[in-house]
Design a protein around this ligand. Structure first.
Ligand code: G4P
Ligand code: NA
Ligand code: NA
Length: 194
């Protein structure tokens, strides 16, 4: 998605060979106009998929998921990272390993909001090693729901999450695919060698 790539080049900060900071429009301040465009793009790509629910994980997945769900006319559910006191039972849970924090975290979704009648589109802001995606997919499986695929705002193609997911048969649609962050520079994956 050209608009997003331009925004990344203009405002993204390369923190290291592995980390891209996009706090000005995705992870801290949010750009609603860009967010709306991204929601429309995801909705268009999955338009023929009879999606009944968009699933994401707090916090940065919520904005793009919300815009996608608005466009598709379906609800959005976000997995919680901290089990709330009112979510004592009737939940789906999955473990997500965080590479950045080197720890295992539990994510939780109430059984009230996901069922075997659902066809689910998972949306998230970043795809790196795919741990969050893996946890969300586990939750879709626990609900015995159908998975239509994954919509990712920024995929870091030099990390293995996207490759692994596609190899396992999951449809992954990314709006920007970053091939490298070497030398402080963002290089996108060209469509030809995709
Ligand atoms: P993984 O799920 O693909 O395996 O990713 P990983 O554990 O490495 O990422 C942990 C957190 O860091 C996630 O956010 C993820 O979205 C984010 N992240 C990963 N790589 C980058 C990057 O290059 N830039 C930025 N800005 N974020 C990255 P989170 O902890 O769940 O936080 P949030 O959703 O509340 O923002
Ligand atoms: Na995220
Ligand atoms: Na994030």
């Amino acid at each position: 998605m050209q608009l997003l790539k331009e925004k990344i080049l203009l405002e993204g900060k390369v923190l290291s060979d592995e980390i891209l900071k996009v706090d000005s429009f995705l992870n801290h301040q949010l750009d609603p106009v860009l967010m709306k465009e991204m929601g429309a793009e995801f909705a268009g790509r999955f338009a023929d998929q009879q999606i009944t629910k968009v699933l994401t994980i707090e916090s940065s997945g919520i904005a793009p998921a919300m815009m996608t769900a608005l466009e598709l006319g379906v609800p959005v559910v976000f997995a919680r990272k901290k089990k709330s006191l009112t979510l004592t039972e009737k939940v789906y849970q999955a473990e997500v390993f965080s590479f950045t924090k080197q720890e295992m975290n539990m994510i939780t979704v109430s059984k009230d909001y996901l069922s075997s009648n659902d066809r689910v589109l998972i949306i998230d802001d970043f795809l790196a090693n795919g741990q969050a995606a893996k946890g969300l997919i586990q939750i879709v499986k626990q609900a015995d729901a159908d998975l239509a695929g994954l919509g990712i705002v920024i995929e870091k193609s030099f990390q293995e999450g996207g490759k692994k997911l596609r190899e396992s048969g999951v449809r992954v649609e990314s709006l920007a695919e970053v091939a490298s962050l070497k030398n402080g520079q963002v290089t996108f994956l060209s469509r030809l060698c995709k």
